[in-house]
Design a binder for this molecule. Structure first.
Ligand code: UDX
Length: 435
C-alpha cells in the first residue's frame, strides 16, 4: 500500500514519518513549495526532538518524499490522509476552508477508487460534507468513481508525537463500508493498538470529546488549587490521592498555569460553538474555558501582592513554550504573563531553550537571555512558566546568589517546596502554601 499525506504541518509530517517507519512508501503533499523544498532537504518546519534524524533517514532511502503535485501523487497511492489545519475562526468554530479546498482538489483529479482518511480535527458532520464536495467535483467531470471517506482522528502530543504515532494507545476509525474497514484494518495490521470502528460522525465526536475532557480535568484541578490555597491544603497531595483511584487516574491532574497549545483551547472552543449551534449549551465547557482564561491572572495577582507592586521590579521568566519539548508558543501562558508584566510596568528577562525566537516576534522589546542564570541576574522574583528539565535542574543553591531577592513563583509545581524552603527561598507554587 502506498500512502499520501496531504498537509505537511506538525501532524502531517509526524504522521508521514511514522507511516514510513512502518514500512509504507509515503508521499507528503503541500501547496507551500518552499516548505516542500526544505522537507526534501530533511529540514523540519518545527522543533520535535529526534525527528529530524529520522526524517533524513527516510528521505535518503526513498521511503518518504514530499511534493506539491497532488494529481501525480494520487495516481501512485491507495490511501490519502488529510492532515491540513482547522484553526479557530473568530467565533470559536473550526475554520474548514483548508479541508474543503483539499476535498475539492481531490475530486478534481481523482481517477480511480481511493480511501480518503480525514485526520484533521473537524466538527461532527464534516466527513459527510467533504464526501459531497468530492462527489460533486466528480460529477462535474462526468465520472462515476467510487471512494470511501474515513475519519481517523490523531491523538498526538507534541514532544511525544513520534512515540504516539508509532505506538498509539488507541486507533479510532470511523467508516461506513466493509471495504474501507478491511483496507484500514490491513493498513494498521502491524500497529499493536486497540482499534475501535465507529461511524464517521462518532469518530469526529470522539476527538473533540477526548480533548475537551482532558481540558476539563486540568481546569478542575486548577480551580481546586485556588481553594487549596484558601483551605491550607496541598493540591499536589490532593491530586496524588485522587489519582490513586483508577477511575480518576493521575494523568492531567497537575495544577499549573492552564492549558495552552494548538489543540485544547481550539477544540474546546469548537465543541462549545457546535453545542451552541445545536442549541444544547455545554455549561461545563464554558466554565473550563473561563478557569483557563483566568488562571494566569490569578497567579500573577499573587506575584503582585507578594512584591507589593510590580512597577520597576525585575522579573525573570523561565520558560516560554506552552509545554516542554516543543518550540510552540501558541496559547502559551507565558504570553499572558508577559502582557500582565508589561501592563504593570515590570522589567523582565525571559529564557526558554526553544521558544525564544517565536516569542520575540510578538514581544520584540523585552529582554531575552541565553541561559536561565542570565535571566535571573538581579531579579526580584523568578517565575517558572514552563517545566523544562533544564529549568528544574538549575543549581538552585548557587542560583540564589545572582538574585536580588530569593523569591520563586513556580507556575508548574515543578520544584520541591520543602527543598526550596530549606535552601532559603520564599517559594510559592500553585495550590500549595508558601514555604
Ligand atoms: C493534546 C492532546 O494530549 C493530544 O492527544 C491531542 O492530539 C492534541 O492536544 P498537546 O497539545 O501536545 O496534546 O499537549 P498535552 O501534553 O496534552 O498538554 C496540553 C496542555 O495542558 C499543556 O499546556 C500542558 O501544560 C497542560 N497540562 C497538561 C496541564 O496543565 N496539566 C496537566 O496535568 C497536563
Amino acid at each position: 500500500m502506498k500512502v499520501a499525506v496531504i498537509g505537511t504541518g506538525y501532524v502531517g509530517t509526524t504522521t508521514s514519518i511514522a507511516f514510513a517507519s512502518q514500512g509504507y512508501k509515503v508521499i507528503g503533499i503541500d501547496n507551500d513549495e518552499e516548505k516542500i523544498k526544505r522537507l526534501n532537504q530533511s529540514k523540519l518546519p518545527f522543533y520535535e526532538e529526534g525527528l529530524d534524524g529520522i526524517l533524513q533517514k527516510y528521505i535518503l532511502d526513498g521511503t518518504l518524499s514530499f511534493t506539491s503535485n497532488l494529481e501525480e501523487s494520487m495516481e501512485q497511492c491507495d490511501i490519502l490522509f488529510v492532515t491540513v489545519g482547522t484553526p479557530a475562526s473568530q467565533d470559536g468554530s473550526a475554520d474548514l476552508s483548508s479541508v474543503i479546498e483539499v476535498a475539492r482538489q481531490i475530486g478534481s483529479v481523482m481517477k480511480d477508487y481511493k480511501v480518503i482518511v480525514i485526520k484533521s480535527t473537524v466538527p461532527i458532520g464534516t466527513g459527510a460534507k467533504l464526501k459531497n464536495i468530492i462527489q460533486s467535483e466528480l460529477k462535474k467531470r462526468q465520472l462515476d468513481i467510487s471512494f470511501d471517506l474515513v475519519s481517523n482522528p490523531e491523538f498526538l502530543r507534541q514532544g511525544k508525537a513520534l512515540h504516539d504515532a508509532v505506538y498509539p494507545e488507541r486507533i479510532v476509525i470511523g467508516c461506513e463500508t466493509d471495504k474501507a474497514r478491511e483496507i484500514m484494518e490491513e493498513f494498521y495490521k502491524n500497529v499493536k493498538s486497540k482499534l475501535l470502528f465507529t461511524t464517521v460522525r462518532d469518530a469526529e465526536m470522539i476527538k473533540y470529546a477526548s480533548n475537551a475532557f482532558l481540558a476539563t480535568k486540568i481546569s478542575f484541578i486548577n480551580e481546586l488549587a485556588r481553594i487549596c490555597e484558601k483551605t491550607e491544603t496541598n493540591i499536589v497531595q490532593v491530586a496524588k490521592g485522587m489519582g490513586m483511584d483508577s477511575r480518576i487516574n493521575p494523568q492531567f491532574l497537575q495544577a499549573g498555569l492552564g492549558f495552552g497549545g494548538s489543540c485544547f483551547p481550539k477544540d474546546t472552543k469548537a465543541l462549545l460553538a457546535l453545542a451552541s449551534e445545536k442549541e444544547t449549551p455545554m455549561n461545563i465547557l464554558k466554565a473550563v474555558l473561563h478557569v483557563n482564561q483566568t488562571q494566569t491572572d490569578w497567579f500573577m495577582e499573587k506575584v503582585k501582592k507578594t512584591l507589593n507592586s510590580l512597577s520597576g521590579k525585575r522579573i525573570a521568566i523561565l520558560g516560554l513554550t506552552f509545554k516542554p519539548q516543543t518550540d510552540d508558543i501558541r496559547e502559551a501562558p507565558s504570553l499572558k504573563i508577559i502582557n500582565y508584566l508589561i501592563k504593570h510596568k515590570a522589567h523582565m528577562a525571559a529564557y526558554d531553550p526553544q521558544g525564544t525566537e517565536n516569542v520575540k516576534k510578538i514581544y520584540p522589546d523585552i529582554r531575552y537571555a541565553t541561559t536561565p542564570l542570565e535571566a535571573m541576574a538581579g531579579a526580584d522574583a523568578v517565575l517558572i512558566v514552563t517545566e523544562w528539565k533544564e529549568i528544574i535542574d538549575i543549581d538552585w543553591k548557587n542560583a540564589k546568589r545572582v538574585l536580588s531577592q530569593p523569591i520563586v513563583f513556580d507556575g508548574r509545581n515543578a520544584l520541591d517546596s520543602a527543598i526550596m524552603s530549606k535552601l532559603g527561598y520564599y517559594y510559592m507554587g500553585v495550590g500549595i502554601l508558601k514555604s
